[in-house]
Design a protein around this ligand. Structure first.
Ligand code: NGQ
Ligand code: ZN
Length: 447
């Protein structure tokens, strides 16, 4: 179906333009006119920018937001959080997973994310046995994406071990486990559904080098892996191989633009340069990384070296595209005691630099034409509410910086995903039913 959207101002690949008409067909942009006048009855918005791809999500974790913020008996850490997460996921059935994913995806759309890479590892029933359809839970995510209108790249996760050296998995991990053959069946099922599909070895903890070799050829989409998020993981990797996780991947795994290294928090200067040179995307999840106490990725050095990046909501503890970009910059400000550290040239808007970078890297990491208001790309547009007093007299980069650094997701008025308006007045059009289903489930999970 052909649709048009008229924008008084829009951020196109070569900069801000006036009188922009975006025509799309079947979800993709087929024409971009500038200097046009609005037609009567045509959808019209004040200011539009490309929707941001969310390159890393575990949708089910949205429903445990707020459940792990209480001090435990010993020192809390990423690893104690993970125990809470394992206990939480043990209670989720297919209907719960689908309802939570729909809620998370609607939340993402309202927050400025128009596509998501779902890093999906919750494959099996609570006792570890597969569902009758081995791709049951993966397909529930596809259904939730279709229902909400968010674009999706499915990343079925290969998970087989508790830690480096092929250790057997723990009971808390049994819902994640496959051998390469059964994993291939999940990948094939998603491909048969016509989804964009990549592969995701969970981490070097969960997949051995031989397993990596077996699973990488199963799909031609992107390859995502968690790497070097925690200091303990770096130490354990050194003990196992004599190398750090990112160093090992760069040396042994053929890291190239098909790859996205999630977190990559703990890097030596040589790894930072090596990752930048590889053309892979650093998948940064600044809000979750702060929540989990991971550490600070060296973004300023990495971007100065030409490194590619995108942002992800990971645990979905707080879903906000502007918030991720802000936290990315703020971590550098706090660590380096400077300001405007992630824009590269004098006078450049930091919000604009972050948005543009995250759109480009996010599109690469999702393996789809996303993140640009240009022909052939998905018609994903985030429109800011310019009537707010904070926006008075502001447009273009100033409006963008006000969104990113001040207002956050409250600045978003409308969102178009695949040419369809799915967020109106800041609310997803399916909110009523999605919220009712989600609240009922959440009540049961907290009881
Ligand atoms: C995950 N999340 O797979 O959900 C992980 C925790 C792990 C983050 N790393 C589990 N943020 O890494 O073992
Ligand atoms: Zn993750």
């Amino acid at each position: 179906m052909q649709t048009t959207l008229f924008l008084d101002r829009a951020l196109l690949p070569d900069g801000w333009s006036s009188g922009v008409r975006i025509t799309s067909d079947g979800g993709l942009i087929t024409a971009v006119e500038t200097g046009a006048a609005p037609a009567s009855g045509e959808a019209r918005e004040a200011l539009g920018v490309p929707g941001i791809p969310n390159l890393h999500s575990h949708a089910f974790q949205r429903a445990m937001a707020g459940l792990a913020e209480r001090r435990g008996p010993a020192q809390d850490s990423f690893w104690t959080w993970r125990e809470v997460m394992y206990r939480f996921l043990a209670r989720l059935g297919p209907g719960d997973v689908e309802a939570i994913a729909a809620y998370a995806f609607a939340d993402m759309l309202e927050a400025g994310f128009t596509a998501v890479a779902e890093f999906h590892y919750l494959h099996h029933s609570p006792d570890g046995s597969p569902y009758a359809d081995v791709a049951e839970l993966a397909r529930r995510h596809l259904k939730a994406a279709a229902d909400t209108g968010i674009g999706v790249t499915m990343l079925p996760v290969f998970y087989a071990h508790a830690t480096f050296g092929g250790e057997p998995p723990t009971p808390g991990q049994r819902r994640f486990i496959n051998d390469p053959d059964r994993f291939a069946r999940i990948v094939e099922a998603l491909q048969a559904d016509g989804a964009v599909v990549g592969v995701a070895p969970h981490s070097l903890r969960a997949a051995t080098p031989d397993e990596l070799k077996a699973i990488l050829p199963l799909a031609d989409g992107p390859v995502h892996i968690h790497a070097a998020e925690q200091v303990k993981e770096v130490e354990d990797c050194l003990a196992w191989s004599g190398q750090r996780p990112v160093e090992w991947l760069l040396d042994h795994a053929g890291v190239d633009p098909r790859w996205c290294l999630i977190h990559a928090t703990h890097l030596t200067p040589a790894e930072t340069q090596g990752l930048a040179k590889s053309g892979a995307v650093a998948g940064l999840c600044p809000i979750t990384e702060a929540n989990l106490g991971d550490g600070i990725f060296p973004s300023a050095d990495y971007l100065a070296a030409g490194g590619r990046f995108g942002v992800g909501t990971d645990s979905n503890i707080a879903v906000d595209a502007a918030g991720e970009l802000r936290q990315l910059e703020y971590a550098q400000r706090l660590a380096l005691r400077g300001r405007n550290l992630l824009s590269q040239t004098e006078g450049e808007s930091t919000g604009r630099a972050l948005l543009t970078g995250a759109c480009r890297g996010g599109a690469q990491a999702l393996g789809q034409p996303l993140g640009a208001l240009a022909i052939g790309h998905r018609a994903d547009v985030v429109c800011l509410g310019m009537g707010h007093p904070d926006m008075a007299g502001r447009s273009d980069d100033l409006a963008l910086d006000t969104w990113v650094f001040s207002q956050g997701r409250a600045a978003i008025a409308s969102v178009y995903a695949g040419g369809r308006r799915v967020v109106e007045n800041g609310r997803h059009i399916g909110r009523g039913a999605i919220d009712a289903r989600y609240s009922a489930i959440l009540k049961g999970l907290t009881a």
